[in-house]
Design a protein around this ligand. Structure first.
Ligand SMILES: Nc1ncnc2c1ncn2[C@@H]1O[C@H](COP(=O)(O)OP(=O)(O)OP(=O)(O)O)[C@@H](O)[C@H]1O
Length: 206
């Protein structure tokens, strides 16, 4: 299986942002999307994850293969770390959570309610969630926000393990993840052209 994106155009709030984005990810590969604030990285990831429709183009991946982690950690605040992971494992029809607890360094926090975790700990739990999905394509938006240097390295190790077992990762980030094997796609050249103003009225707004 692979993820293939062909000539993707996407928009946010009705405004076209990107057009003609194409790439393919095969098992074991990672791709980092880069570009300035507001260029459309989040929008592209949301579109590829199926959270919003594309304006044009094609996204080919077998059904139920993508696990998405956006800016929000998506935690159940009153559930403990263990309960959160067990919840997500049940949602995705998997069972094992021990691996995720250990790899994201959450064992000592296992019984703490998610609402009482620090920002970085919450982020580690949000990322551990990916590990219990059993899904091969990880789509990650700024995955290292709030993480300290040690946790960024931990995260890079987890992604590397995922790739080694045939997984794929598509990520938007502004920092160096310490994953030299990841390809980089600069989104600057794919900025959508604004429509030609059709008159003085349109011109005033474009
Ligand atoms: N809900 C929304 N409605 C309208 N416009 C939006 C909405 N969300 C984002 N935008 C706009 O869409 C554009 C692209 O936003 P997006 O979040 O995809 O950029 P980004 O490249 O991920 O930025 P960053 O690096 O800051 O995270 C921005 O100009 C933003 O202001």
């Amino acid at each position: 299986m692979s993820l293939k994106v062909t000539n993707l155009s996407c928009a946010r709030g009705g405004l076209p942002l990107l057009e003609g984005v194409s790439f393919a990810l095969d098992p074991g590969q990672a791709l980092v999307l880069r570009g300035p604030n507001g260029c459309g990285k989040t929008t592209a990831l949301r579109t590829i994850a199926g959270l919003q429709p594309a304006l044009a183009g094609q996204i080919d991946s077998p059904p139920d293969t993508i696990a998405y982690a956006g800016h929000a950690d998506g935690l159940k605040t009153t559930l403990s770390v263990t309960e959160n992971l067990a919840f997500w494992a049940a949602i995705y029809g998997t069972r094992a959570i021990d691996h995720a607890l250990d790899r994201m360094n959450l064992r000592a926090l296992a019984e703490r309610a998610a609402q009482n975790l620090s920002a970085g700990q919450k982020r580690r739990l949000g990322l551990a969630r990916l590990m219990v999905t059993g899904r091969p394509v990880w789509v990650l938006d700024e995955p290292t926000v709030s993480l300290d240097a040690a946790s960024v390295a931990l995260f890079a190790d987890v992604v590397r393990g995922h790739l080694a077992s045939g997984g794929m990762a598509l990520m938007a980030t502004h920092i160096d993840l310490g994953l030299p094997e990841a390809r980089v796609l600069e989104l600057g050249p794919y900025k959508a052209r604004l429509p030609e103003p059709s008159g003085a009225f349109d011109e005033a707004f474009l």
